[in-house]
Design a protein around this ligand. Structure first.
Ligand code: ATP
Length: 270
């Protein structure tokens, strides 16, 4: 089960060019992760420590995981992903053990990028150490912090965490030497949405009269993940009508369909 908890990829198939609307965040991640991995001697020469850990925070489906994968890929580093929820274990010591395994694996495979998704699962300030389950979660978090304190910042392991619940995080993990580089990944603005639509429809046979900027303007409040499913669903509508070209109306119908699904099942409000 320990092996299953981690996802290891030598070169994830995501590039910066696949990520739309968050150019500034890409720049910041490159500076904090890629530069130290590729030019550790420059940091040494200048005499500065790169940030210890990077925390990506923002709403679901905005590209945080993509960003972590892309920076690993573009720095030729092994990508090792662990979900925070996987670190929450029933048995005493099991979570801490997983954390140790995670850093051990990274050391074997360096250069490596460790990505911990849903970090709030183990680092929420609401955890109350008086109950035994929470005390165990607390220990897992302490183990994570001590692993971070223990590795040489100029070495070839970088750590990125992500959360949708920034407000719930225990401040202890944000102190200097820990997750001390915060990068907010917001919902895309209209230009970002247009770019994301272009990215997700570039392989599709889209009719000449499709107005991407008009569609993007109608998608206020939609995330990158929403837009990716709208593009796919638009293609499905074309297939159902036995067409080989995707037309403007397909995108509109796809948006309505997604709205219905989310309105009823997930109660996402757009
Ligand atoms: P969560 O917080 O729910 O884990 P996330 O922010 O990590 O979400 P991703 O897993 O990176 O989001 O995105 C999910 C999918 O949505 C991606 O695989 C991609 O298809 C699409 N997507 C999200 N954001 C973007 C973006 N900025 N540009 C292009 N595609 C995007």
């Amino acid at each position: 089960s320990r092996a299953q908890a981690m996802e290891v990829t030598e070169s994830p198939d995501v590039e910066y060019a696949d990520i739309g609307g968050i150019d500034e965040q890409i720049r910041e991640v490159r500076e904090a992760v890629e530069d130290p991995l590729e030019n550790p001697e420059q940091f040494e020469a200048v005499g500065v420590e790169p940030p210890s850990g990077v925390l990506l925070h923002g709403p679901p489906g905005t590209g945080k995981t993509m960003l972590a994968k892309a920076v690993a890929n573009e720095s030729d580093a092994t990508f090792i992903k662990m979900a925070g929820s996987e670190l929450v274990r029933k048995f005493i010591g099991e979570g801490s053990r997983l954390v140790r395994d995670l850093f051990e694996l990274a050391a074997e495979r360096e250069p490596a990028v460790i990505f911990i998704d849903e970090i709030d699962a183990v680092a929420s300030k609401r955890t109350d150490s008086k109950t035994s389950g929470d005390a165990e979660v607390q220990r897992t978090m302490m183990q994570l912090l001590s692993e971070m304190d223990g590795f040489d910042e100029r070495g070839e392991i970088r750590i990125i965490a992500a959360t949708n619940r920034f407000d719930m995080l225990d401040e202890a993990i944000l102190r200097p030497g820990r997750f001390d580089r915060l990068i907010e990944v917001p919902e895309p603005d209209v230009e970002g949405r247009e770019r994301i639509l272009e990215i997700h429809s570039q392989e599709m046979n889209v009719a000449d009269d499709v107005d991407v900027s008009e569609i993007a303007a109608d998608l206020e409040g939609y995330s990158g993940a929403d837009i990716a499913s709208i593009a796919t669903e638009a293609g499905m509508f074309a297939i159902r009508d036995d067409r080989t070209e995707v037309v403007q109306e397909d995108f509109e119908r796809a948006r309505e369909k997604l709205q219905d699904v989310e309105g009823t099942d997930e109660q996402v409000i757009h």
